[in-house]
Write a protein that binds this ligand. Structure first.
Ligand SMILES: [Zn+2]
Length: 139
């Protein structure tokens, strides 16, 4: 349980973020789809495909990458909303300490306290390759 009093503020911020991300993903998909439809073979967009599916199309790659990032962020937002429901919003997922309110205001979907986040970032850097491959298949 966390000692955060203004849960409603975070709930609203997260729900707002969720809507924006959903719209953003739809827009990225539509943009990527439009580029693909305009191409010779007109495949439907498959985000699991590498961006070089259309050789040298920088716009397609851009929207594909944007969509991936939006999806990854949406997942974090969903998890945060889940933690709100479960009543453990604001506690670090790793060490259980309270996440600093200033950090939550900046990043409402923060999962870890600053210490654990830094450690997780370092670990992610060390295993950057397998992790980026995993993100790609999860999209
Ligand atoms: Zn922690």
């Amino acid at each position: 349980m966390s000692a955060i009093a203004d849960l409603d503020v975070f709930r609203k911020a997260l729900e707002q973020q969720r809507r924006e991300l959903s719209d953003g993903i739809k827009a990225s998909q539509a943009e990527a789809q439009a580029i693909i439809s305009a191409s010779a073979d007109g495949h439907p967009v498959d985000f699991n495909h590498p961006a070089d599916m259309i050789e040298g199309d920088a716009d397609f790659a851009k929207f594909l990458e944007l969509g991936r990032r939006q999806k990854a962020e949406l997942l974090l937002v969903d998890q945060a909303i889940e933690r709100l429901r479960a009543g453990d919003f604001g506690s670090c997922d790793k060490c259980g300490d309270d996440i600093a309110p200033a950090r939550l205001r900046a990043v409402p979907y923060a999962k870890y306290c600053l210490n654990c986040q830094e450690r997780a970032d370092q670990a992610a850097k060390a295993t950057a390759r397998p992790e980026s491959r995993e993100r790609r298949t999860n999209f």
